[in-house]
Write a protein that binds this ligand. Structure first.
Ligand SMILES: Cc1cc2nc3c(=O)[nH]c(=O)nc-3n(C[C@H](O)[C@H](O)[C@H](O)COP(=O)(O)O)c2cc1C
Length: 367
């Protein structure tokens, strides 16, 4: 019988996911000024665990408080206080309710650390991000000894996750953060043992669109009309790796999810943004009550035509992107307070309010 979203999956380690739906990682921004987990994480995670997915990924948890992705991240940096451990335990307990797996995504933001957190980020090289504005400082290249320290930090965070009740970890190797920077020949221009040709880092087994912008362009043509835009990459990955594959990005219909699983190309469907709008959507898809997920990203925009996300004016395009992201992030903060989304919040107001929220959080950080 064909695999569907309802089929359990036993992983090579022996753990079993009760179904094939997983929540994609989404940064929460709910950490306290010491970057500890809070009641917001507990409330949010409980809702999602009750929502029926087989596995929940956390938003990125940082291994170094100096290199956060945003000020409200949770960080596991050094020996954890009793309070921090207790908060992580509560977080894990809520997220593993209802026989749900909870995996912690662990990350280092590298050169993509916002200047509000640290004006001198680090990376494989001193190459700065090519972005307008002063959002990110010019990075300093990590020394060999510092790279060893970063690796030890990832191991430490994973051990703390295990000891506090999380059932797995995901190492964040994408989106332009430190590991992805090391895998990018454009950014990793090192000549020591941490540099080298693309083929060497490739052994890590990751393929990221940011590594192959030209490949991404070609693929986009052929996959744009499809629901899951990374599915074609999954085929290539499937051909060279043995582990189960999860694909996240664009899944919105029950038929599309079951077709992707049934094709044998992938094993787990990741869903992110729809879970901000309807935390119980996995259960509804599993029972057949819903045939599709919310897709707010398709309608959220500053305005029609030239004001929309495909505006020929770069500033408007960027405002749409940042406003939409801000809208989703603000929504999550509300859910952390136990509230539902605010349907009235527009994209421009989300952009402004999110920026204010982040500035406030950065100012309250306790070092
Ligand atoms: C507000 C927001 C926050 C996100 N935070 C993270 C994150 O912390 N780590 C990560 O790997 N991906 C993150 N993502 C990417 C999502 O995990 C996912 O890949 C993306 O939203 C596409 O999936 P979707 O179409 O189901 O939303 C985030 C996405 C959104 C919209």
């Amino acid at each position: 019988m064909s695999v569907t979203i309802s089929s359990p999956l036993t992983l090579p380690c022996g753990a079993t996911l009760k179904n094939r739906l997983a929540k994609g990682a989404m940064t929460e921004g709910l950490g306290d000024p010491f970057n500890r987990a809070t009641g917001g994480h507990v409330r949010l995670r409980r809702r999602w665990a009750e929502g029926g997915a087989g596995m929940l990924l956390t938003g990125n948890v940082q291994v170094d408080r100096s290199y956060l992705e945003r000020p409200g991240n949770v960080a596991i940096d050094g020996v954890q206080s009793n309070e921090a451990i207790a908060a992580l335990r509560e977080y894990a307990k809520a997220g593993t309710a209802n026989d749900t797996h909870l995996w912690m995504q662990i990350s280092h933001s590298g050169r993509q650390t916002p200047a509000s957190v640290n004006k001198e980020p680090v990376g494989p090289s001193g190459k700065a991000l090519d972005m307008p504005g002063a959002q990110f400082g010019k990075p300093r290249a990590l020394t060999g000894a510092e790279i060893g320290d970063v690796i030890a930090r990832f191991a430490h965070a994973a051990a703390v996750a295990r000891d506090t009740g999380f059932t797995g970890v995901q190492i964040h190797g994408a989106h332009g953060y430190l590991i992805s920077e090391f895998l990018s020949p454009d950014v990793n221009t090192r000549t020591d043992e941490w540099g080298g040709t693309y083929e060497q880092p490739r052994l890590v087994g990751l393929d990221d669109m940011t590594l192959h912008p030209e490949k991404a362009e070609v693929r986009r043509e052929s996959t744009i009309a499809r629901e899951a835009y990374f599915l074609e990459y999954a085929k290539d990955i499937r051909a060279v790796v043995k582990m189960p594959l999860m694909v996240t990005g664009g899944f919105r219909t029950l038929a599309g999810m079951n077709a992707a699983l049934g094709s044998g190309t992938m094993d787990v469907v990741g869903i992110a943004r729809p879970l901000r709008v309807d935390p119980a959507i996995p259960a509804k898809l599993l029972s057949g009550v819903a045939k599709e997920t919310p897709a707010h990203e398709k309608t959220l925009r500053l305005g029609p035509g030239i004001l929309g996300p495909h505006s020929p004016i770069n500033l408007l395009k960027a405002l749409n992107g940042r406003g939409q992201q801000g809208r989703f992030c603000l929504q999550l903060l509300r859910m952390g307070e136990g509230k539902d989304q605010d349907p009235k919040r527009g994209v421009f107001s989300a952009f402004r309010n999110y920026a204010k929220n982040e500035a406030r959080a950065a100012a309250s950080l306790q070092r």
